[in-house]
Design a protein around this ligand. Structure first.
Ligand code: CAO
Length: 347
C-alpha cells in the first residue's frame, strides 16, 4: 500500500445525509482515516468504506491511497441505507440506549489495524472454548462493578501438614493439594459470610444453602471451570481425589455441562505457576472469586523479631453491588486465620 508523506494530513467529514464524505486538511494522518471513519459512523470492525466523490480537490496520491483503503463505498452506502450501520448524525438522533446518549456502553468500534504493514503475521481462528469463555468474561468484566482485595495468608503450618499427609498416604495414590485445603477454608468463609454465597436476581439476593466450588483449570484448549459439588460434605482426601479427576477430565476435553454448572464461588489458582497477586474476573452469577498466587517465604514480624513464614497471596474479587469493601476485607482476614490455624475451621 502506498503511503502519503508524513506531512499529509486528512480527516473524513460526513455530509448531513451521512453517506458521502469529504476530506479536509485538519491534522489526522491518512493511516488513521479508517479508525476515524469507524468511530464517526459506528461502522463495525472489518467494514471497508470508500469515499464516493470527495467534494474537495485531493492530491492524486491521496485519492489513490484512499481508494485502496476504502474499497467498498457501495456496500457502506447500502449498510447506511438499510440501517445496519449508523452515521454519527443518525446515532445522535437515536432513542435512549441506541448509542451516544450517555447510557448504555456506547463503545468505540474495535481498532482495525493492518498488522502486515508492520511485519510478518500469521492468522489463527480462536478455539471453541476461548470463543465461549471470551464472551462470558467480557460480559462479566463490563457488567460487574468488581473490586479486588489482596491479602496474605500464613500457610507455613498448613503446608507442613500437607507434606506430612502426603508422606503418610504415599501408597494411596491420592495427592493432597493446597487447593483442597483452600476449598474447605472457603466453604467455612462462605458459611460465615453468606453474602458471598448469594447471587443477584433483579433487586433480590438468592442465598444458596449448598456449597459447590468451581476451580479454574488450565487446559491445552483453554480455561474451563469444573465444579466440585457439596464441598461442605467432603473431606480433604475426597476433595483432592475429585479435583484431580475433574482436572484430568478437563485436560482431556471430556467435561460435560453438569461438571461445569452450579458453582457458588470460584477459586482460580495460579500458585503452581507463579506471579504475585492478580485480579480474577467474577464468574456471573456468582458474586466473588478468589485468586491464589504462588506462596513464598517472607520475613514476618512476630512482635519481637522477623521470622520466616510461608505466605500465600490471596486476591478476592467481589461484586460491589452485593458486597462492601469491609466485608471483603473481613472474608480475606478470616481466610487468613483459618489457613494459619486450620483448627479454626471446627469453630
Ligand atoms: N504456591 C506454591 N506452590 C503451589 C501453590 C501455591 N499457591 N499451589 C500449588 N503449588 C504447587 C503444588 O504443590 C505442586 O507442587 P508439587 O508438584 O511439588 O507438589 C505444583 O504447584 C503444581 O500444582 P498443580 O497446579 O498441579 O495443583 P493444584 O491443585 O495447585 O492446581 C489446577 C490444580 C487444576 C487448578 C491447576 O493445575 C491449574 O490448572 N491451574 C491454573 C488455573 C488457571 O489457569 N487460572 C487462571 C484463571 S484466569 O485466567
Amino acid at each position: 500500500m502506498r503511503q502519503l508523506g508524513r506531512s499529509s494530513r486528512y480527516e473524513l467529514l460526513v455530509h448531513k445525509d451521512g453517506v458521502a464524505a469529504n476530506l479536509r486538511d485538519v491534522g489526522v494522518g491518512v493511516a488513521q482515516v479508517l479508525p476515524v471513519l469507524t468511530v464517526a459512523y459506528s461502522v463495525p470492525p472489518g467494514s471497508t468504506v470508500l469515499l464516493e466523490e470527495p467534494e474537495i480537490h485531493l492530491h492524486p496520491l491521496a485519492q489513490a491511497v484512499l481508494a485502496e483503503l476504502f474499497a467498498d463505498v457501495q456496500a457502506f452506502t447500502q449498510r447506511v441505507m438499510t440501517g445496519s450501520v449508523q452515521t454519527k448524525a443518525q446515532a445522535a438522533k437515536a432513542p435512549a440506549g441506541g448509542g451516544g446518549t450517555g447510557v448504555g456502553l456506547d463503545l468505540l468500534p474495535w481498532p482495525k489495524v493492518d498488522f502486515s504493514k508492520f511485519g510478518p503475521v500469521e492468522r489463527k481462528e480462536l478455539g471453541r472454548i476461548k470463543k465461549i469463555s471470551g464472551a462470558n468474561l467480557t460480559r462479566n468484566a463490563v457488567v460487574i462493578p468488581a473490586v479486588t482485595n489482596h491479602d496474605d495468608a500464613d500457610i507455613t503450618d498448613l503446608e507442613a501438614f500437607r507434606v506430612q499427609l502426603n508422606k503418610e498416604n504415599e501408597k494411596s495414590g491420592i495427592k493432597v493439594t493446597m487447593l483442597a485445603f483452600l476449598i474447605k477454608a472457603c466453604v467455612a468463609a462462605l458459611k460465615k459470610f453468606p453474602d458471598f454465597n448469594s447471587s443477584l436476581d433483579g433487586d433480590s439476593l438468592v442465598y444458596k444453602q449448598y456449597f459447590h466450588i468451581g476451580f479454574a483449570a488450565d487446559t491445552p484448549n483453554g480455561l474451563v471451570v469444573p465444579v466440585l459439588k457439596d464441598a461442605d460434605k467432603k473431606g480433604i482426601f475426597q476433595i483432592s481425589q475429585e479435583m484431580s479427576e475433574l482436572a484430568k477430565k478437563a485436560r482431556d476435553g471430556k467435561l460435560g455441562p453438569a461438571d461445569m454448572s452450579g458453582a457458588c464461588f470460584t477459586i482460580s489458582s495460579l500458585g503452581g505457576i507463579g506471579g504475585r497477586y492478580f485480579t480474577p474476573i467474577i464468574n456471573a452469577p456468582e458474586v466473588a472469586i478468589l485468586g491464589l498466587s504462588k506462596s513464598a517465604m517472607k520475613p514476618v514480624w512476630d512482635g519481637q523479631q522477623f521470622v520466616p513464614r510461608l505466605m500465600l497471596p490471596l486476591s478476592l474479587s467481589y461484586d460491589h453491588r452485593v458486597i462492601d469493601g469491609a466485608l471483603a476485607a473481613r472474608f480475606n482476614a478470616y481466610l487468613g486465620l483459618v489457613l494459619a490455624d486450620y483448627r479454626r475451621i471446627l469453630l
